[in-house]
Design a protein around this ligand. Structure first.
Ligand code: FES
Length: 270
């Protein structure tokens, strides 16, 4: 039977916190997912959640608090049903992120890190989500909404507030922030395969490499990249590699936007 060490967190949640701690050779490595599980039940990292995590991991409350207050994904104030994060980092900002954020503030009548009166939406400026090739990007419960405009962003939040089913531009069905937190904490919801793993803009480099026959350097027996044995050898390899690339580039005027089929021109079979 689960020892009752908390009155607020359910026995199920405490059991899941213990399960996470047991997944790692060093139990304290589980602190990050454990804090997400606390959020999935309590809507934020509570003082109680900090205490319970500390008890399970043998950490002081100060140590747990230091982690919980360092990362922006951990919230100390109650969150709305949905977390809407607008990227206003440099690229997204100049591509329209700043305007999207301002328009949403006006439309929802909230400021940064504030929740709408109906409790449905918490709006936040967020940092780069490593999706700059789809700028400007908006996240809902950490699912991507690519290439947004003020109008498309307003449409999304209106649907979320009215309870309509919403899908991210990459196909994932939007659940609630708390449900997403449980998944981030390490308990799958069965929706992991919804949508593609990478969008077209992220695959352009791969397409170019495929067309030009480029590949990563081979690994040696230890699994690390085989290194040239001397500076002279490294320079020779680099020169050869550059010459090969230039030859390929001269043989075709192909680029991703159009032009001759490189594989055909080189007679390369699939
Ligand atoms: S700057 Fe917005 S995703 Fe990178």
């Amino acid at each position: 039977m689960t020892e009752q060490i908390s009155e607020g967190l359910s026995e199920t949640t405490v059991a899941e916190l213990r399960e996470l701690a047991a997944r790692y050779p060093q139990a304290r490595s589980a602190l990050l997912p454990m804090l997400h599980i606390v959020q999935s039940e309590q809507g934020r990292v509570t003082a109680e959640g900090i205490e319970v995590c500390g008890q399970i991991l043998g950490l002081t409350e100060a140590e747990v608090s230091a982690v919980a207050t360092f990362y922006t994904m951990y919230k100390r104030r109650p969150m709305g049903t949905h977390h809407v994060g607008v990227c206003t980092n440099t690229l997204c900002a100049v591509m329209g992120g700043d305007e999207i954020f301002e328009r949403l503030c006006g439309h929802l009548d909230v400021g940064n890190d504030e929740t709408t009166e109906d409790g449905r939406i918490t709006l936040e400026r967020v940092e780069c989500n490593a999706a700059c090739d789809f700028a400007p990007v908006m996240m809902v419960n950490w699912e991507f909404f690519d290439n947004q405009t003020p109008e498309s962003a307003i449409d999304v939040v209106d649907k979320l507030r009215s309870g309509e089913t919403v899908q991210s531009t990459r196909g994932a069905t939007i659940t609630s922030w708390r449900e997403a937190e449980r998944v981030i904490g390490g308990f799958e919801d069965g929706l992991v395969d919804e949508g593609p793993a990478a969008g077209p803009a992220s695959l352009v480099g791969l397409e170019i490499a495929d067309q030009r026959g480029w590949a990563a350097p081979p690994l040696d027996a230890s699994g690390t990249e085989a290194r040239p044995e001397s500076t002279t050898e490294a320079v020779a390899e680099a020169d050869t590699s550059r010459a090969e690339s230039e030859t390929v580039a001269e043989q075709t005027d192909t680029d991703v936007e159009g032009g001759a089929d490189l594989q055909e021109s080189e007679g390369v079979d699939d």
